[in-house]
Design a protein around this ligand. Structure first.
Ligand SMILES: Nc1ncnc2c1ncn2[C@@H]1O[C@H](COP(=O)(O)OP(=O)(O)O)[C@@H](O)[C@H]1O
Ligand SMILES: [Mg+2]
Length: 285
């Protein structure tokens, strides 16, 4: 396929770290996101997936390392900066208003208007037309634009959020665990939209803890474990079985290291207890 060394990535993370006080949420993470590819970020709870997205979308500043958009180093002052750079996130809760119509949700916060001054009003006809066209590009025929978003299926709501991000100029589309709350059929529908976004040339970042959802649609796989990069693979370099095994192995290692930590700290705790007891003037029991 393409020679990734010559292509400037849409988005690049270089040796990024993030600390919350003494908690190391991310340590020395590097990854590249190319247009027309799906980059899957895999990891268990607490791996640092959400923290990574928040850095990419301007919610948190990174502490170390570098963030590059189309080869240029950037520092986002907030989500607005990230959006202006073409980075859009579809969050788990989808940020849609269930009782509002599909077209209102599509344009929420960026409503098209007609006229000026006191005569300014919503351009409802335009909004409905664009929404239907954009949903049509995702293979969804919206018959009634006034239908409340809450009456759509989970997969279709994801589609509204994705179509909206694309229409408003996203080059990098980040999907935060879009399939985790869905059943098999609805997950399949969302995975179809992930592929469609890739085919339209977007760089898609697909966050999931399910290798079975990641493998069929992913071009690259980035594995996080407790804030660290456990591995980074092109599809040709790995298999579903390997990814599954690495995710499971990660859990095992985590359990093991917790056990070791406990064993390591017990004598220390005893020592501390002894010192405290001596300080208090008593004798260790
Ligand atoms: N705002 C925060 N303050 C303190 N610690 C945080 C904060 N956000 C995340 N963390 C910690 O960073 C680590 C990674 O969390 P997160 O990015 O949410 O992981 P994931 O999304 O993979 O489950 C966890 O140990 C979590 O407790
Ligand atoms: Mg998370």
């Amino acid at each position: 396929m393409n020679d990734s060394k010559k292509v400037i990535p849409l988005l690049e993370v270089r040796n990024v770290s993030k600390y919350f006080g003494s908690v190391i949420a991310l340590r020395d993470i590097s990854m590249q996101v190319n247009g027309g590819e799906v980059t899957c970020v895999l990891g268990d709870n607490g791996a640092g997936k959400s923290t990574l997205i928040k850095i990419l979308s301007g919610v948190h500043p990174h502490d170390d390392g570098e963030l590059l958009v189309e080869g240029h180093s950037v520092h986002f002052g907030g989500p607005r900066d990230a959006r202006a750079a073409g980075i859009s996130v579809v969050f788990q809760d989808l940020a849609t208003v269930p009782l509002m119509s599909i077209w209102r949700n599509f344009f929420l916060g960026s409503e098209p208007t007609l006229g000026i001054g006191p005569a300014r009003r919503l351009d409802i006809g335009f909004a409905k037309k664009v929404m239907r066209e954009e949903m049509g590009k995702m293979g969804i025929d919206v018959r009634d634009p006034n239908q409340p978003v809450g009456t759509l299926s989970g997969g279709e709501r994801q589609a509204v959020a994705i179509a909206r991000a694309v229409y408003f100029g996203a080059k990098v589309l980040i999907l935060d665990e879009p399939t985790s709350a869905l059943g098999v059929r609805q997950s399949g529908i969302v995975l179809k939209y992930v592929v469609q976004a890739r085919e339209r040339g977007l760089g898609v970042i697909f966050i999931t803890h399910n290798p079975h959802h990641a493998f069929p649609v992913g071009d690259r796989f980035v594995l996080l474990n407790r804030g660290r990069l456990m591995g980074s693979f092109a599809k040709s370099e790995t298999t579903l079985a390997e990814l599954t095994q690495m995710m499971a192995g990660g859990e095992e290692l985590e359990r093991l290291s917790k056990e070791l930590e406990k064993m390591a700290t017990e004598p220390e705790l005893e020592q501390v207890a002894r010192e405290l007891a001596q300080e208090a003037g008593g004798k260790p029991g």
